[in-house]
Design a protein around this ligand. Structure first.
Ligand code: C2E
Ligand code: CA
Ligand code: CA
Length: 706
């Protein structure tokens, strides 16, 4: 104690306990003076003390801490008691074992709760027992570290309020201490590296990016996952060093790829909240990017929703800077339980990464699917890209694709991949050794992005903005390739229903048809597509296997030979059907009263009766050849002296020429019927030619003149 002669300097001003440096000096002197003597080192804290300060003010807070220090002095009589920092204290007890000190700490806890305003306050402590000199010269410091760790371990809620440093927690704590000691050397040795997990475009299943995930490959512990070191580095405020280390390596890898000429896709990097507090993270990333001449396009910034929820105020301007500079900023773990919706409103993001928690429950809880779908809908309405994380099964993938999710990431496609630094990037990428998933070219990425922006869940996917969710509209995205081939890129369930009703099994079958030139719907799609590309959006009819569908077609994007179009096929809503049916029945009634028969002739020489009243027989049941039908009709139903004129009038070969000569749109002739009762009656026969597709058709109507 010889060094300390001024009482004021040895004592903490607020609580009167020893200061840390004096405490450590005294412990050190004891260690030297009493080798082999046993001691118990206690590190303790009041984790929720902040709430006391907030509730009662700092002056009361300080008085409370002073009382607390007194309580410790009285509970550990004659022992060294120090205040380490705000609400953290240390005790060196040379009289009691670890177990005995736990008893004392329990009594302290009760006493704290009896103090004014202390009812809800909690104590945590880490306790280390040992003998001086046992661990060598720095045993005091090691004990201090361990006790502090045991305390923070308790604080992190491992079910124990007071943790005695012993074999069960020892390993965990030693591991963490090991990581902290080894962190900088490990970075230096290159043991900490980014692994790359492919991000896959749902429409094409090509790799459109990677996420860089930190991995620590350690000589002693093997591969260490980020869960083991990221939260630790965050707690110890070392995460900025890790993040910059990873981003530096990512920039280096991107540079290598660009230099060797392989297709290079953007890489997403993860930032922590603490990066925004401790660094000018924007500037730091810019420096690295410039050092390796990496265009901003190749780096995406991921920030978790929880980080944003906690650090909104100081993060917002930095996020804006990233966006303004042209980086994409992605919100990570969206929907994992923070105030996500506010964040969407307050920040500008480019992509929502949907938390994998929803997919974990996908097969057991139908609600999770509903939520994922609504998140995709919401994201698209706000003009954001979508990426679903943790996709492990085909079933999950198909669901996400149907909803229009733009990208997916997960074990179904690939685990995070290691770069082999002994082999050139060119070899690894071109041989597929790095990843077998083919990479998307940059120009393709723009093209597909435009297509992915369509909200398949909307009842008006061609509009942007707010609308009611419904995906009962049949939607199909077609690509016209080289102006003659159709590729169906996407369709939803409702469109699949349409395919079924037209006798086509699925999109694959549709695509097989899409390659055939003489299939009418292909020609019609291509025809409409041409017009849509020049004017933006057109409506038209598509005849699929004899069934007419109305489609509304919008041009989305072109890339070389390929052009993509969104089609919303008209859904005959019940409303529309009833209106339609009503009009049809009115028209029918009119036809019934006005005409006694209606026929349709084709230029190929066939005839079809469309309507006939009860007085006549259906000649077309006997023959469908126009000439023969006309002859039979003339003999049966036309007064014999007019039969030849009738045959001539219905000579289809000359109809078009006669119409042209007449200057009218149709031919009209009056004949008398054959049956004697009606002999006085005149009948008016009209032939109207019209074009249907490539062919001429002739509509014949017969009406009685009163
Ligand atoms: P994250 O950003 O949400 O990363 C996705 C995590 O999901 C990764 O875990 C990845 O390996 C894992 N994952 C990918 N696909 C699947 C799947 O299909 N199923 C399941 N169950 N998991 C899948 P990882 O690599 O252990 O990383 C954990 C977290 O650590 C990351 O979560 C991220 O928040 C953080 N992290 C990783 N690297 C860094 C880094 O360099 N800096 C910072 N600040 N955080 C990092
Ligand atoms: Ca991430
Ligand atoms: Ca995530």
């Amino acid at each position: 104690m010889s060094l300390i002669n001024n009482e004021r300097e040895t004592r903490d001003q607020i609580t009167g306990a020893l200061t840390t440096s004096v405490f450590m000096q005294q412990v050190e002197e004891l260690r030297k003076a009493c080798p082999g003597e046993s001691y118990t080192f206690i590190y303790l804290m009041i984790p929720n003390f902040k709430s006391y300060n907030l509730g009662f003010g700092y002056a009361s807070g300080n008085r409370f801490l002073q009382q607390f220090a007194e309580l410790l002095e009285n509970s550990f009589v004659g022992q060294l008691v120090a205040r380490e920092s705000s609400h953290h204290f240390m005790v060196l007890d040379r009289a009691h074992s670890g177990k005995e000190t736990v008893e004392t700490l329990r009594e302290c806890q009760s006493a704290v709760n009896r103090m004014k305003g202390g009812e809800h306050l909690l104590l945590n402590a880490g306790i280390v027992s040992g003998r001086f000199g046992e661990l060598g010269d720095d045993d005091v410091y090691q004990s201090f570290d361990r006790a502090r760790y045991a305390c923070s371990y308790a604080e992190r809620g491992h079910g124990r309020q007071f943790v005695i440093y012993g074999s069960s927690v020892q390993r965990k704590i030693d591991f963490e201490l090991y990581l902290l000691r080894e962190f900088f050397p490990a970075m230096e040795r290159g043991d900490i590296q980014p692994f790359y997990q492919p991000e896959v475009r749902a429409l094409t299943e090509q790799c459109c990016g990677y996420e860089a995930l930190a991995r620590w490959v350690d000589a002693k512990y093997g591969m260490i996952a980020p869960d083991a070191f990221i939260p630790l580095l965050e707690r110890e405020l070392l995460i900025p060093q890790l993040d910059l280390h990873i981003i530096r390596q990512v920039c280096k890898d991107i540079r290598d790829e660009l230099d060797c000429g392989v297709i290079t896709v953007p890489v997403s990097v993860n930032l922590s909240r603490i990066d925004f507090q401790m660094l000018d993270v924007f500037e730091e990333i810019e420096k690295l990017r410039e050092e390796f001449h990496v265009p901003r396009y190749y780096l995406n910034i991921e920030i978790t929703e929880s980080a944003i929820a906690e650090g909104a105020v100081y993060m917002a301007p930095v996020i804006d800077r990233f966006c303004e500079a042209g980086y994409q900023v992605w919100m990570d773990d969206f929907g994992s339980g923070y105030s996500s919706l506010n964040n969407l409103q307050d920040f500008s993001f480019d992509v929502l990464k949907i938390d994998m928690g929803f997919l974990r429950q996908f097969s057991t809880n139908p609600k999770s699917g509903v939520i994922v779908r609504e998140i995709i809908n919401l994201a698209k309405r706000m003009g954001l890209g979508t990426l679903a994380e943790g996709v492990e099964t085909r079933e999950q993938f198909e669901f996400l694709k149907e909803c229009g999710c733009e990208k997916v990431q997960g074990y179904l496609f690939s685990k995070p991949l290691k770069v082999d630094r002994s082999v050139s990037m060119y070899d690894q990428v071109t041989t597929g050794e790095f990843s077998r998933i083919p990479r998307e070219k940059r120009e393709d990425s723009r093209y597909y992005k435009r297509i992915a922006d369509v909200n398949y869940l909307s009842s008006s996917p061609m509009e942007s903005g707010l609308y009611i969710t419904s995906n009962s509209l049949p939607i199909v995205i077609i690509e016209v390739i080289g102006g003659e081939q159709i590729n169906f890129l996407y369709c939803n369930e409702a469109y699949r229903g349409i395919l079924h009703s037209a006798g086509i099994e699925d999109l694959e079958a549709a695509n097989v048809r899409g390659n055939e030139v003489d299939i009418p719907e292909n020609r019609q799609f291509i025809e409409l597509a041409k017009r849509a590309e020049s004017v933006g959006r057109v409506r038209g009819d598509i005849l699929i296997n004899g069934i007419i569908f109305k489609t509304d077609m919008m041009f989305l994007a072109r890339k070389g030979e390929r052009a993509a179009f969104l089609n919303v096929v008209q859904n005959l809503s019940p409303n529309f059907v009833s209106e339609h049916a009503e009009a049809m029945s009115l028209a029918q009634e009119y036809i019934l009263t006005e005409y006694f028969r209606v026929d349709l002739f084709d230029e190929d020489g066939t005839a079809m009766n469309v309507y006939l009243d009860a007085d006549q027989q259906r000649i077309t049941d006997e023959t469908d050849r126009t000439e023969r039908a006309v002859d039979l009709y003339a003999r049966r139903y036309i007064r014999s002296d007019e039969a030849d004129a009738f045959r001539e009038f219905y000579s289809m070969d000359t109809v078009l020429e006669r119409v042209r000569k007449s200057g009218e749109k149709h031919l009209v002739h009056i004949f008398h019927p054959a049956d004697s009762e009606r002999n006085g009656e005149q009948q008016c026969y009209t032939i109207t030619p019209f074009r249907m597709g490539e062919r001429w058709k002739f509509l014949s109507t017969c009406r009685r003149l009163k």
